[in-house]
Design a protein around this ligand. Structure first.
Ligand SMILES: Cc1cc2nc3c(=O)[nH]c(=O)nc-3n(C[C@H](O)[C@H](O)[C@H](O)COP(=O)(O)OP(=O)(O)OC[C@H]3O[C@@H](n4cnc5c(N)ncnc54)[C@H](O)[C@@H]3O)c2cc1C
Length: 706
């Protein structure tokens, strides 16, 4: 298996051919269920993000002979693979050894010993099994290579743990005096609130499901219900909110259709943003509504005019009937024989008959017009009953729409105008199944547990990474006493956040990173989301409502959402979009005042006490992240995540790789990258960070271990 990679490199292929992209490692999730300990072999594959009944791209690459050997070979492979996953998920606190796998395989599968070993090794290498916190049964065989991991966030911790299990000597350099990075729980007494990541977005397919089994995480379901309050603090009726929410989703769908069905993604050589397309769609919707209103009104006017004409005609006819009838009675009364009319002599009787005919025709015309009038009047009534809106959304509806935009901006940590129309939601197909959850003990419980036993140097910020074909040298700064330190190793895994990589004054690479990688660092966005943690002595809100929204008239993302996801009296206020950056410029007490003023409006001043403790995050100004998480900007093709994940070769290694007779050892990269910003299918999440750490541990083991 490992040989495949080495052969790949020695065949002079570029590192671009590495198959460790998200496409190759994962499948789209399917099936909704709340039980994440598999009861079937197929389900064991699904919760491992693997297709239950087909080979993943990586498997096709690693086991090319299977395909040529036909369906039965693939079926045997899948049975054994799913069986191993099943064994792991059902007992993930203990190392799953190959001996155990073989002893549990039923005939005839247990006779495929060597295939089972290859499958076991592959699952082990790519952290589908034996990851997290579990008891080792076999001693680790040391490989003699030293790895330095930069950063003790979830990606760094998970990469480090796996590399240690694979036999590498691992040291972590962490700039902060704590682990967890963008997971950071604020704690006062028994009260906790997460300033960074807080929500586990479903356990079905999530590696955190295994951590949950291993650590007994205190996870609680977050209820979806989210009442919305208007600017004066009054609750908005759900049906009204629902209508606007539906309109918001339809506008997004229209923007998505323009992008994906009509391929309208750029204009005048500039890639479009979701924001400007959304605005255009909204504008078109407004124009459409106005046009429909004007058309409706003009039809009403037309009908009114035609009713008026009919009424006039009716009056004329009534008049004619009256005069003709009068004439008829006069003619009948005059007893003359001959009557001159229009120079034609007619008898009295003939004239009477003619008048009667006239009157009859007038009556039928009268009836026809009356019928017409009835039709026109009922059309008018119908049109008046079905009045068209003069505007697409009223001013208050527009404010509610803004709230939904703020919610989207919170999920992406930036304003809607900064998001790529084409790629902003490219990870949607890879969402996990199951309810969203929060850790009652605070999210930091997880990195704290995973970091146990790892060799971590705290408060050490890497400032320069010098890499050549032989080794890597790191110059670092002790951020407490400002002294300079240097470290040497064979391999570096850089999990430094994209926000920091965008700041060359914080960290440099020698030689500089390849142009493609630098371009991707520049292309990708890294946005800000902030939180206010408010600790109270007791709740003054409904404990069954896990979040509530506030339609902020001043700034749509400012304190627009409050979370109540702890069993203790803690509220979290969110500051998203433009407001997230603006509020970082203000004093914390001012920001706190804004959060409190919203609570006063919703619950009434007398019901809301001062919080006895509070804390505000400043992710944008944080020198070890410079933001909250990555997003796809219009400048980026969704592929930048893959480029950010690529290991880096020195220019000499690249030259040798491109020469006719490359020496194999020379081509091994020493500088590797992990972190949420390197995960195309799971970016901006804790699970994405975890999986990126696993990916790099597997990649390094593939390259450096036989
Ligand atoms: C406010 C907020 C809310 C979020 N909400 C959620 C959520 O609900 N659910 C979810 O799944 N995800 C959420 N996320 C995203 C999630 O927290 C991140 O995607 C994930 O934690 C990133 O892990 P990482 O290992 O890639 O990076 P990090 O956690 O940032 O780890 C990188 C580490 O590198 C260190 N470092 C930086 N510079 C240096 C240096 N020069 N030398 C040495 N070390 C350095 C940092 O201190 C840090 O510890 C949220 C993030 C934020 C900020």
């Amino acid at each position: 298996m490992q040989c495949d990679y080495l052969t790949l490199i020695s065949k002079n292929e570029s590192l671009d051919a590495f198959p460790l992209t998200d496409d190759n490692l994962s499948s789209e999730s399917d099936g909704e269920t709340e039980n994440f300990v598999p009861t079937t072999l197929d389900y064991a594959a699904t919760v491992s993000r693997l297709p239950a009944s087909t080979l993943s791209q990586l498997e096709k690459f690693l086991f090319p002979n299977l395909i040529s050997n036909g369906v039965t070979a693939i079926e045997i492979f899948l049975y054994i693979r799913n069986h191993i996953l099943y064994l792991w998920h059902n007992e993930s606190r203990i190392e799953l050894t190959f001996e155990k796998v073989i002893s549990r395989l039923h005939p005839p599968y247990n006779k495929y010993h060597s295939l089972a070993k290859d499958i076991y090794d592959y699952l082990l290498r790519y952290s589908y099994i034996n990851f997290g916190i579990f008891s080792l049964i076999k001693p680790v065989t040391k490989c003699g290579k030293k790895v330095i991991v930069l950063g003790a966030g979830m990606s760094g911790l998970c990469a480090a743990r796996q590399l240690e299990n694979f036999g590498f000597d691992v040291v972590i350099l962490e700039a902060r005096d704590r682990v967890g990075g963008r997971i950071h729980t604020f704690q006062v007494d028994h009260l906790v609130g997460d300033l960074g990541a807080m929500v586990v977005t479903g356990l079905g397919g999530n590696p955190i499901a295994v951590f949950d089994q291993q650590l007994n995480l205190d996870l609680s379901k977050i209820k979806q219900q989210c009442p919305l309050y208007n600017s004066r603090g009054g609750m908005i009726p759900r049906d009204k909110d629902k209508i606007v929410e539906t309109e918001f989703n339809q506008l997004l769908e229209a923007a998505s259709e323009l992008s994906h069905q009509m391929n309208f993604n750029s204009f005048q050589n500039e890639n479009l943003s979701l924001g400007n397309t959304f605005d255009q769609v909204l504008h078109l919707q407004n124009v459409k509504t106005k046009r429909a209103f004007v058309q409706h009104q003009s039809i009403i006017i037309q009908i009114q005019e035609s009713i008026e004409t009919v009424l006039n005609d009716l009056l004329v006819i009534e008049d004619l009937i009256r005069t003709r009838t009068q004439l008829l009675s006069n003619v009948k009364e005059i007893k003359c024989e001959v009557f001159r009319q229009d120079e034609v002599s007619t008898t009295n009787q003939e004239y009477s008959l003619q008048l009667e005919d006239d009157i009859n025709s007038l009556f039928s015309e009268y009836d026809r017009l009356k019928g017409n009038l009835t039709i026109q009047e009922s059309r008018l009534q119908l049109l008046n009953e079905n009045k068209m809106n003069e505007v697409y959304l009223s001013i208050s509806d527009m404010k509610m729409l803004e709230w939904h935009i703020a919610n989207l901006e919170f999920a992406n940590a930036t304003i809607i105008g900064n998001l790529s129309l084409q790629h902003w939601d490219q990870d949607d197909d890879f969402e996990f199944t199951g309810s969203h959850l929060s850790l009652q003990t605070g999210y930091s419980t997880l990195p704290d547990a995973i970091s146990k036993g790892l060799n971590i140097h705290h408060s050490i910020a890497a400032r320069n990474v010098q890499y050549d074909t032989e080794q890597i040298q790191i110059t670092a700064e002790n951020v407490k006493d400002k002294t300079t330190l240097s470290f040497e190793c064979d391999i570096v895994v850089c999990t430094i956040p994209l926000g920091v990589l965008k700041h060359p004054e914080c960290i440099t690479f020698q030689p500089p990173l390849p142009a493609d990688k630098q371009q991707s660092i520049a292309n990708m966005g890294f946005g800000v989301l902030n939180k206010v943690v408010l600790c109270f002595k007791q709740r003054f809100w409904n404990p069954d409502i896990h979040h509530f929204g506030y339609v902020n008239p001043r700034s749509r993302g400012e304190m627009f959402l409050f979370w109540n996801v702890m069993k203790t009296p803690v509220l979290l206020a969110l500051i998203a979009g433009k407001a997230a950056l603006e509020n970082e410029k203000l004093k914390d007490t001012v920001v706190l005042g804004k959060a409190m003023s919203v609570l006063h409006k919703i619950f009434g001043e007398d019901s809301v006490p001062e919080p006895f403790e509070w804390c505000i995050s400043h992710w944008g100004n944080d020198p070890f992240s410079f933001g909250s998480y990555s997003y796809v900007s219009p400048k980026s093709s969704g592929k930048d995540y893959d480029q950010l994940a690529m290991p880096v070769l020195t220019p000499e290694q690249n030259n040798a790789l491109n020469s006719d007779n490359p020496e194999e050892e020379l081509h091994l990269p020493r500088l590797f990258f992990a972190g949420e910003h390197t995960m195309r299918n799971y970016p901006a999440t804790v699970h994405g960070a975890i999986l990126s750490g696993f990916r790099e541990a597997g990649r390094i083991a593939d390259l450096y271990l036989t």
